[in-house]
Ligand binder design. Sequence first.
Ligand SMILES: CC(=O)SCCNC(=O)CCNC(=O)[C@H](O)C(C)(C)COP(=O)(O)OP(=O)(O)OC[C@H]1O[C@@H](n2cnc3c(N)ncnc32)[C@H](O)[C@@H]1OP(=O)(O)O
Length: 280
Amino acid sequence: MRSIPLGTSLSPTPLNTSKLSPFNINLKKPTTFPSWVSPPSHEFSLSHSGLCRASQVVDLFPTVSPGIIVREARLEDCWEVAETHCSSFFPEYSFPLDFVLRMDRLVAMLAGFTLPNGCKRTCLVAVIGSSLGETFLFGSEDFKVGGFDGKFSLNKGYVAGILTVDTVADFLPRKGPLRQRRTGIAYISNVAVREKFRRKGIAKQLVSKAEAQARSWGCRAIALHCDLKNPVATKLYQGQGFKCIKVPEGANWPQPKTSPDINFNFMMKLLNNSAATKSN
Ligand SMILES: CC(=O)SCCNC(=O)CCNC(=O)[C@H](O)C(C)(C)COP(=O)(O)OP(=O)(O)OC[C@H]1O[C@@H](n2cnc3c(N)ncnc32)[C@H](O)[C@@H]1OP(=O)(O)O
């Protein structure tokens, strides 16, 4: 059993831990992007792709849910976000450890998330049993607690999946002799879908919305680290147009700090190509 990173913030650590038995993955030939530049000017748009799959989920809540909605997490989602995170990444933990872990994540989410100047971070949730139109929100537009929208709703729905996207670039190679934080590249972490809601296209919708969010921030690319021994997640990202990036020989690129036996694939997708636009 791995030790629990108590007290660590949810978002800076991608926690791309696979719970699947390791086997060889035949990854696509690593790609090196020709350039890190050429900023896009895409409009922000809500993604409703994959709603046909959502109908399968709706069956579980026939009288309540019109479908799956991917939106920014709000304060009232906190516990379910922590629960989704812990049950997906640490499914082997049972009471009381699982409860302690959830509490730890909850506190980290609410207390943490101090962002470097000019950086952005959003926690997205895929919810079932709510609709944007029916939601009545309390709170001001700009109020934020941690990575969470400070608004509060009585019709919150049930959190089935989560994803964090940011522009902090903690896990991207620094640039220049001053080792400056890289800009224009969004980073995805903490992607998780509750077990009973998997294979319904929820992760795809989350990734798609993260891309839209990144475009709205003016990012030209989006990146992530994925556990080499997590073929399901690798397939998800490859299916969404991410390419495995070969880390140059001898380069000391930053990596998520999980357990030492986890090796990561660095994956990236340019947001200014037609495939990226099509997926939204
Ligand atoms: C950057 C990071 O955070 S990496 C961490 C990823 N998270 C985890 O490993 C946590 C545990 N796992 C999970 O929470 C989920 O299994 C996830 C997030 C990996 C996938 O969530 P889901 O909602 O089930 O994925 P979704 O239904 O959108 O499937 C998208 C694609 O992923 C692949 N995929 C998903 N599940 C499977 C599976 N069991 N077997 C094979 N391929 C799969 C498929 O290519 C699928 O596309 P398709 O349905 O058109 O074939």
